[in-house]
Design a protein around this ligand. Structure first.
Ligand code: NAP
Length: 295
């Protein structure tokens, strides 16, 4: 039998994304020889062992990475600096550290200073997820047919990047390499702003008078329902995304607000042509997403 891509892997944070990766390792033994789970929560560690998706699980993050060839950080963005500080001194020479965080400049800022020389850091972000959290929410097919973006800082060891890329390819993803700042701007419009809009709409609805609120629930299939799914996403994860992608998100909110004001004006002045022209243009975007199999 050929040796696995990574003999020893540690996943830190066994929520939706971490536990989905753990399930991928269980399904395909050619990816990892031994999988250790590190999580601050004893309940999560116990559950991971019950589910049989790691060989060992511990709340001692430093101990969890000892001897690991690959460490995958999968905690909320706000916890990265603490986790990196806890594991830095325990990493073996030549180990690869990667992550799955939704913002990349902040991850590089918070993690890189804690990693010793001789450890390779390959930040990553799978563009895959659901509104569910925790170790029971994961599933091995999550990354299939999805993009994974790697944002290695300049000078990163090419062989380390390739091994991380190979892992994502084998779990079914298509790879893209990006500069971290570019990643953060792209995600601000494709992911962060849509979540902010969903949180706002659902928040506005919950502020309505009581009788209107019940109508909102009853007639939610008319559009509102799709926003409630997005607005049910993990509050801690999304708090950290907005706090750590501040500049890019603020810039995109500014542009969005200007466009919204233009639409408001078109409605006020009965400018049907303006509305129809925009709605026709946006329809073609939906078609291209379906054609790209990202629907
Ligand atoms: P999740 O389901 O909430 O799981 C996070 C796990 O990390 C939980 O078990 C949590 O434990 C643990 N944790 C939190 N702080 C920790 C710390 N300081 N030390 C050790 N463990 C800690 O989160 P997720 O959805 O998998 O997201 C994880 C990462 O993936 C985030 O950075 C997110 O930006 C990124 N991501 C998420 C999605 C998505 O759709 N969900 C998609 C792509 C990327 P507790 O339960 O005790 O807090």
């Amino acid at each position: 039998m050929t040796s696995p891509l990574f003999p020893r892997v540690t996943i830190i944070g066994l929520g939706l994304i971490g536990s989905s990766l753990a399930r991928c390792f269980r399904v395909d033994a050619s990816l990892a020889g031994h999988v250790t789970a590190g999580d601050r929560s004893q309940a999560v560690c116990d559950r991971v062992l019950e589910l049989g998706i790691a060989s060992a699980a511990t709340t001692d993050l430093g101990a969890s990475v000892e001897g690991a060839d690959l460490v995958i950080m999968a905690v909320p963005i706000g916890a990265y600096a603490d986790v990196a500080a806890a594991i830095g001194a325990h990493l073996k020479d030549g180990a690869i550290v990667t992550d799955v965080g939704s913002v990349k400049q902040a991850v590089v800022r918070d993690v890189a200073p804690h990693l010793p020389d001789g450890v390779h850091f390959v930040p990553g972000h799978p563009i895959a997820g659901t509104e569910h959290s925790g170790p029971d929410a994961g599933f091995a097919e999550l990354f299939r047919g999805r993009w994974c973006i790697l944002t290695p800082p300049p000078g990163t060891n090419g062989a380390a990047v390739e091994r991380v890329a190979e892992l994502w390819r084998r779990v079914g993803s298509t790879l893209e390499i990006m500069e971290p700042g570019h990643h953060d701007r792209v995600l601000a419009i494709t992911s962060h702003l849509p979540h902010l809009i969903a949180y706002t709409i659902v928040g506005t609805a919950t502020d309505l008078e009581e009788h209107l609120q019940s109508e909102v629930i009853r007639f939610s299939a008319s559009g509102f329902r799709d926003f409630t799914r997005i607005a049910a996403s993990d509050p801690v994860m999304w708090r950290d995304i907005f706090l750590n992608n501040r500049e890019a998100v603020l810039e995109i909110i500014q542009r969005f607000t200007e466009d919204l004001t233009a639409l408001q004006r078109a409605i006020r002045w009965g400018e049907g042509e303006t509305l129809e022209a925009l709605f026709t243009r946006t329809r073609t975007i939906r078609r291209s997403i379906i054609d790209a199999k990202q629907a």
